[in-house]
Design a protein around this ligand. Sequence first.
Ligand SMILES: Cc1ncc(C[n+]2csc(CCOP(=O)(O)OP(=O)(O)O)c2C)c(N)n1
Length: 608
Amino acid sequence: MELIERISKDPPLIKNISTEELDLLAGQVRQLIIETVSVNGGHLSSNLGAVELTISIHRTFSIPPDKIVWDVGHQCYTHKILTGRYGSFRTLRKEGGISGFPAPEESISDIFKTGHAGTAVSAATGLKTGESMTGQQGRVIAVIGDGSLTNGTTFEGLNFLGSLKKNLVIVLNDNKMSISPTRGALSYYLAKLITSPVVNRPRAEVAEILKSIPSIGDEIIKLAQEMEKKTRQLLIPGVFFEKLGLRYFGPIDGHDFKQLLHIMSNIKDINEPVLLHVVTKKGQGYKPAEESPEDFHSAPVFDIPTGSFSARKAPSPGGVAGKELENLASREEKLVVLTAAMEKGLGLENFAARFPSRFFDVGIAEGHCIVFASGLARAGMKTVVAIYSTFLQRGYDHIFHDICLQNLPVTFLVDRAGIVGEDGPTHHGVFDISLLRTLPGLKLFAPCSMEDVKRLVSASMKEEKPVFIRFPKGFLPPSIEACENQGQTAVLGCGSMAWNSLEACRMIIEKGDGSVSFYPVNAIKPLPPEALSAIGRCKRIVTVEENSIVGGFGSAVSEYITDMNLDRKLLRLGLPDQFIEQGKRASLLDKYGLSPERLAKTIGDFSS
Ligand SMILES: Cc1ncc(C[n+]2csc(CCOP(=O)(O)OP(=O)(O)O)c2C)c(N)n1
């Protein structure tokens, strides 16, 4: 049995293997991660960068009862392999397989189900506090990336944590990258810590002087290097973290087992919060990922020898929106575009390159991004916030307080609305309609086609109120038309579900199962006149949406029917009131009754 398998089956064994075997283990883990992600897709760069760090934590601490809280959680693959999931690792991110994020239902070694950034410090602080209050003994280790230091929740946690006066280790895994290079003042501060001339200049100068002393020069240099290692913490005090009440250690090389294990064994029992600054390389050990860490951050299927991605990229609604923003920006000098660390995923790289002074990546800081947008809009800028549906949830209060209550004309491009696939429940964007439509004064659109995306983005520039445009990650048809028939059933396909609804209607008509009319609906608030007249004309109404059935488009239609005192039979189809698991979008849509075939059956039964 390979070493990796033996440890996965018997995790405490990691404490007893030789130092040579640590390297062997790291190699086997990397190999398995690369092979698996090349087939299933996944967060390759972050995981390859955290192999030695994770092995060292598991060798130093005892997991459980000690607990690791992973920030985001996308870097937990090594942890999964070391804690019993070697055998299932190749099912990573597949429907029914293991999650690409920590999942307590898979193992007691996973503490929280995560996927959103910035929560680890607060969660670990709460965990430690609660465990102390209930007499539990385990140590708590939070692993955060430098990207998380751009996030407000992390800082709220750090600000509070200093007063804890308990053992809690925060490992700062600093690879200078969020998905794109990390933005902001703190990233410069971290870079300074790593390259501080206070340490490096004297070290180089002293070495030169010592070298010139005949025969004993080399010995002294060795001695000086040893001393320098030991005094490094004194020379680079990490004042910023010390001021927050944490003891700062580092920076150390996060791929060097000797350094990692030495410092971890020294700090693990310090009875106050400690920040260990570890410097790693994203993509470490796989050249294509080292060279293009952004491309391999959330990698699709790829070819291992060449690092090339197999799937050709079809145009996405986000890409169409990004292109339209470029067109608009070339005519409208006041147009600015904001993102919270998702430039690449949102298809804004060209915009950023063409209009660098009008593009702002604010870091993983959705709250700040939205309030910053309010300021820009108040100053008269045409402000666009591009954001994933699931991360928009972070900014909900700011949408209420800083955008809607102020009635500011900010356009939100809400990408990844609907089922996103293999990233699973933390990433599906299936609540935005329900959340947004309760707020007064906003307009909420869901384009049904690429043509719609372009037109709605452009039209939003002329609006004098907040506008939200939600669209899916992948497919929308180039254009789509209503298809009216005699008969009493109107199928209202909202946004990304317009196409599946149309297909379903075609199937029903071809099979002679009933006479249904199809209407694409690209607005939820207010409901568009075409939808209202269809509701006025037909006795049976079907709503179809890629959003939770609770409070979504169907609910808006239901409220309208009730308020207008109409005598209608209404069938609301959407995602059930539960967290949706990981899996391929088409397969999950089918499972939840939203594929054309399943829709045809349900609607056919309803209308006959
Ligand atoms: C609230 C939130 N916004 C955006 C994201 C998307 N996202 C996933 S990983 C990541 C970068 C994380 O950077 P860092 O913490 O430094 O970890 P690294 O991948 O560099 O190891 C981002 C922005 C997220 N997961 N959560």
